[in-house]
Design a protein around this ligand. Sequence first.
Ligand SMILES: O=C(CO)COP(=O)(O)O
Length: 271
Amino acid sequence: MARTFFVGGNWKCNGTSDDVKKIVGVLNGAEVPPEDVVEVVVSPPYVFLPLVKSLLRSDFGVAAQNCWVRKGGAFTGEISVEMLVNLNIPWVILGHSERRLLLNESNECYIWNIQLLCFSLQFVGDKVAYALSQGLKVIACVGETLEQRESGSTMAVVAAQTKAIAERVLNWDNIVLAYEPVWAIGTGKVATPAQAQEVHTELRKWLHENTGPEVAASVRIIYGGSVNGKNCKELAAQPDVDGFLVGGASLKPEFIDITRDRISSLFSLTI
Ligand SMILES: O=C(CO)COP(=O)(O)O
């Protein structure tokens, strides 16, 4: 089953409105492959979402970098799924390792005590399920730390993270799974194409066993972690690497090269 290549740009917590206008200007003027060959989605910080949405060409998608786990309400500082839907933002990134590790978002059960009502939830899985239920599409992130890789538990970690989502989701049509090894994020230490392919294959096998063959064949599994204009081509040539979630390089014009390299890697595969 053909899986449309996906290139996401996660701008993280960077930039001013002037920077945003400059980046959008570069994106708008770029020649990129058609949408049915490469799907491009950029994810600016919350406060710039309306600006980006209003300026960006319509063949590029827009994603928020996070959202609240349930319906909005008395949750100071949070942004609800309903608000994103209201602004016509189609995508949201959930479970990014910077939120899991720095802000304690977890697979584990949390006990919340809000207005004396206690309920438990599996945070990332619940977020994914709620966002999907309201019509958003989700880029769901999984990935191991260096310590976990060195102790041989990479697959156990990413399987547990994927399970927390699979337990709450029946339909995977609107999920892109992003494998982002924590040790490769922002470090310049990219996973080798073989390392990425190995985990992506295992994840697809996990999906096959736990969600069925159709989901396994159709879900796009993308790679993130120090992807740039130079290393993307070899990674993109791996059969189970269906795209990228790009951090630092998505703030630069080389992001365009990353969307284009899919074409050259397809070409090199066919000759
Ligand atoms: O975290 C990432 C994308 O979500 C990857 O970041 P870098 O590309 O800067 O390593």
